[in-house]
Design a protein around this ligand. Structure first.
Ligand SMILES: [Zn+2]
Length: 208
C-alpha cells in the first residue's frame, strides 16, 4: 500500500541528507567543482553554508533533484559514474554521523549469513529514511534475481523526466551500504525509474 502523498513539487527533504550530498560532491569534485554545480542548480546559498546537520525537513526535495541534475549535466556521459561515487561518499558521511547506531548494527551483522546482511541493511536504510520523513515510502522486496529496494518518493528524480533511469547517486549509496554490511561488492542496478513514469524507483541488488 502506498500512502497518499503531496504533489512531488511540495515534497520536503531531510537537511542532513542534503548536507551529506553537498559534502560528498565537494569530496568528489573539489570545492570549485562543487561551487559550479551549486550555481548551476540555483543553490548558491549553500556555497560556504551547508544545510544544518539535523533531521528537520527544511529542504525542498526538488532542490536535491536539481543538484543531481546539475552534476549529471556537468559531466555529461561520465555523470553516471561520478554520481555513483558521490552516492558512495554520501553513505559514508551518513555512517560517520550515526556512528553509534551503525556500530550496533555492525556487531549484529557479523552474526548473520551474507544474504541476510543484504536484506538487513536495505531494511534499515528504508526504515531510517521513513522514520525521519512522513512522506517517504520505501518497500524492500525479495525476488528471484535478488532484493529490490523500491522508493515511491525518490528524491533524486523528483519532478524530472528521462528516457533512462537517472538515480545514479542512489545506486552509489545502496552499493556502499551493501558493501559496508557484507564486505563485498554487489552489482546494483536501477530497473525502474519514476522519471520514466514508473510508480517507484526500483534498485535491484543482484544475488551472488
Ligand atoms: Zn528516482
Amino acid at each position: 500500500m502506498v500512502r497518499e502523498h503531496q504533489e512531488p513539487e511540495r515534497w520536503r527533504f531531510t537537511n542532513a541528507l542534503m548536507r551529506q550530498a553537498i559534502l560528498a560532491i565537494g569530496e568528489v569534485m573539489g570545492e570549485r567543482g562543487l561551487n559550479v554545480v551549486l550555481r548551476q542548480a540555483g543553490l548558491e546559498r549553500y556555497i560556504g553554508s551547508l544545510p544544518p546537520n539535523d533531521l528537520e525537513q527544511d529542504t525542498p526535495t526538488v532542490e536535491y533533484a536539481t543538484l543531481n541534475q546539475a552534476v549529471q549535466e556537468f559531466y555529461g556521459r561520465a555523470g553516471k559514474g561520478m554520481l555513483q561515487r558521490i552516492g558512495r561518499a554520501s553513505f559514508r558521511y551518513g555512517v560517520e554521523e550515526q556512528a553509534t547506531l551503525m556500530g550496533v548494527a555492525g556487531t549484529a551483522l557479523k552474526l548473520m549469513p551474507q544474504r541476510t546482511r543484504v536484506k538487513f541493511i536495505l531494511t534499515q536504510m528504508a526504515k531510517s529514511l521513513m522514520d525521519v520523513n512522513d512522506e517517504t515510502y520505501i518497500e524492500i522486496r525479495e525476488t528471484p534475481e535478488g532484493f529490490v529496494l523500491a522508493d515511491f518518493t525518490c528524491g533524486v528524480c523528483c519532478c524530472r523526466e528521462a528516457e533512462h533511469p537517472i538515480c545514479h547517486l542512489y545506486i552509489g549509496s545502496i552499493s556502499e551500504a551493501v558493501r559496508w554490511a557484507t564486505g563485498q561488492d554487489y552489482q546494483v542496478q536501477e530497473t525502474e525509474c519514476r522519471a520514466m513514469g514508473a510508480e517507484a524507483c526500483c534498485f535491484l541488488v543482484a544475488g551472488r
